[in-house]
Every structure is written in structure tokens, then in C-alpha cells.
Design a protein around this ligand. Structure first.
Ligand code: ZN
Length: 118
């Protein structure tokens, strides 16, 4: 299984503010216009990232790997829900990426998306 949420699961995860880990993947070289992938998982992020790196996660990440590109895990935000993931996706990912930005931003202004209790 891919681990990707169905639309119904996604809406439930949003509405219930399920805490998880948001991660940022950086592609080298960029694939078409894509340089990054932002994702969320409520499970062990290592498992989710292993799926991605095996080409069994996002189709975009698989395409990068199939074209000989490399995928790096550059940021992890633990204890955040899918609203946080959505807020990150509203902006260019380069600003969060330590490979693309000399001073990557901390995204602390999205603190209302944090749900630490598990
Ligand atoms: Zn980057």
C-alpha cells in the first residue's frame, strides 16, 4: 500500500487536527518545475520516507527518481496537523529549504496549526 490518504481520510485528518509529521523533500536536479515535495504522515516518518525513496509514495517523487534525480529529506516538523501542511504549500517551498535558502524560515507564524498532545 502506498500510505497515501483517500480524499475522505484527508478531510477527516484535517477536521480532527490529527497530529503528525510534516516533511519537506528536495529534488536535485528539479523535475520539470518541481523542486520540492511537502507531505504529512501520522505514522513513523521513517516508514513514509522509505516508501517515497522506494518510489512507492508520491508519483512526483517516483518520477524524479526514475529520471535519475536524487531526493533529500531536508526538513521535518513533528507534532503538526494537515492544516500546517496546507499552509506550507501556500508558499514556495524554497523558503523552508536549507539547500535552497541561506536562512530557511522557521514557519513559526503557523503556530496555531501545532497540536502537541498525542
Ligand atoms: Zn530545496
Amino acid at each position: 500500500m502506498s500510505g497515501a490518504a483517500t480524499k475522505e481520510e484527508y478531510i477527516e485528518q484535517l477536521n480532527k487536527h490529527i497530529p503528525g509529521t510534516v516533511y519537506l523533500l528536495h529534488f536535485d536536479p528539479p523535475y520539470l518545475h518541481a523542486k520540492h515535495y511537502v507531505g504529512w504522515t501520522a505514522k513513523d516518518p521513517e516508514d513514509r520516507l522509505t516508501l517515497h525513496l522506494n518510489g512507492a509514495g508520491s508519483p512526483l517523487v517516483r518520477a524524479v527518481l526514475n529520471n535519475g534525480g536524487t531526493v533529500s529529506i531536508v526538513r521535518l516538523w513533528e507534532g503538526f496537523d494537515r492544516h500546517f501542511e496546507r499552509r506550507l504549500k501556500d508558499h514556495s517551498s524554497s523558503r523552508w529549504c536549507p539547500k535552497c535558502s541561506v536562512r530557511p524560515m522557521e514557519a513559526t507564524h503557523f503556530k496555531n496549526c501545532v497540536r502537541k498532545e498525542k
